[in-house]
Design a protein around this ligand. Structure first.
Ligand code: GDP
Ligand code: CA
Length: 321
């Protein structure tokens, strides 16, 4: 059972990751436990119009600071697009990719700090001076890692072009993270995993959010050797992705869109995977035996992250697993 000393690490992507992280923060505050360390995917990061964008970092930062646009699902609440119109008039950037004015303020601040020589980890520390998030946010790596998508017609697209411009409608054949084999985990990532009592895999996209984190050399080994329990939360409910296009990503890597198949994809630590336990949605309870047969303990719970309370209940279930 979790206690007030429980040290928690979360691996997370953007939208699913931020909803889950809100719940983890609430659950740990109730326990009086230390702030969680959240290791966020930076595989979607990119340079655009001269500034560094970190979509998953910003989704989590904005959500925890309470300044996110909950209706649109991304960016800042109440943002405007004046600078974006001007960039479009110059033919700069991507016509299908909107940069909000307030959001651009974040990107400019970040880019300035990076240019002054701060590492991405240090930049996140700097951002937390303005908005204490109630968690410790770490990038998976300080190296620049991309996500490229190879599609059926032979083209290779940047992940953002495939996702945002084509809405994942071009059939992917392969995902690639150029640079990842030379990346090292950001300072503190391996140490946090080693010292944790519980490591949680957020219900994020297994392929393009959790996948790149696990692919940073050293992260998987840290998960396999930690004394912490490693507990995953299913991003699949009732055999479907909740929101977004994770099913297309799963199909491309040969994994069925089902909660059991994703659990088997992560694998049991007792075999050569990373999981001790898996939180399965009530709708998928029938898949429990299949997951258990793979050597992974199963807990069944409601997994809809409707609001912060619902996410906190999921986090509590995962912490107690
Ligand atoms: P992205 O980086 O912004 O694409 O976001 P993530 O990778 O963190 O999260 C996307 C995943 O979150 C999708 O695969 C969804 O299935 C999952 N997801 C979104 N909302 C919920 C929810 O309420 N419950 C659960 N269990 N999963 C969710
Ligand atoms: Ca993402």
């Amino acid at each position: 059972m979790p206690n007030p000393q429980t040290r928690v690490v979360v691996l997370a992507g953007g939208v699913g990751g931020s909803k889950f992280t809100l719940g983890v923060r609430a659950a740990l505050r109730r326990l009086g436990a230390p702030e969680a360390t959240v290791v966020v995917n930076t595989g979607d990061d990119l340079w655009l119009s001269g500034v560094r964008l970190q979509p998953d970092v910003d989704s989590i930062t904005y959500a925890l600071a309470g300044v996110n646009d909950t209706v649109r699902g991304w960016g800042r609440a109440g943002d405007t697009e004046r600078v974006n119109e001007e960039l479009q008039a110059w033919g700069a950037g991507w016509p299908w990719f909107t940069l909000g004015d307030l959001d651009l303020g974040t990107h400019l601040a970040r880019t300035g700090w990076l240019r002054e020589g701060l590492t991405p980890t240090e930049v996140l520390g700097r951002m937390a001076e303005r908005w204490p998030l109630g968690i410790r946010l770490l990038p998976m790596t300080d190296s620049e890692v991309d996500t490229h998508v190879h599609v059926e017609d032979g083209r290779r697209l940047h992940f953002q072009e495939w996702w945002t411009r084509y809405r994942a409608a071009l059939v992917p054949t392969r995902f690639e993270n150029p640079g990842i084999l030379d990346a090292t985990p950001a300072p503190g990532v391996v140490e946090a995993i080693a010292r944790a009592d519980v490591v949680l895999l957020a219900p994020s996209n297994p392929v393009v959010s959790i996948g790149p984190i696990l692919a940073v050399p050293g992260v998987r080994a840290a998960l396999r050797s930690t004394a912490a329990r490693v507990v995953g939360v299913s991003p699949i409910i009732g055999g479907r992705v909740v929101r977004g296009m994770a099913d297309v990503c799963l199909t491309a890597i040969g994994v069925e869109t089902s909660a059991a198949a994703v659990a088997r994809h992560y694998g049991a630590r007792s075999a050569d995977g990373v999981l001790d336990a898996w939180l399965l949605a009530e709708e998928d309870a029938a898949a429990a035996s299949e997951v258990q047969a793979a050597g992974i303990r199963v807990l069944v719970a409601p997994l809809w992250m409707r609001d912060e309370d619902a996410s906190a209940a999921i986090a509590e279930a995962a912490l107690g697993a």
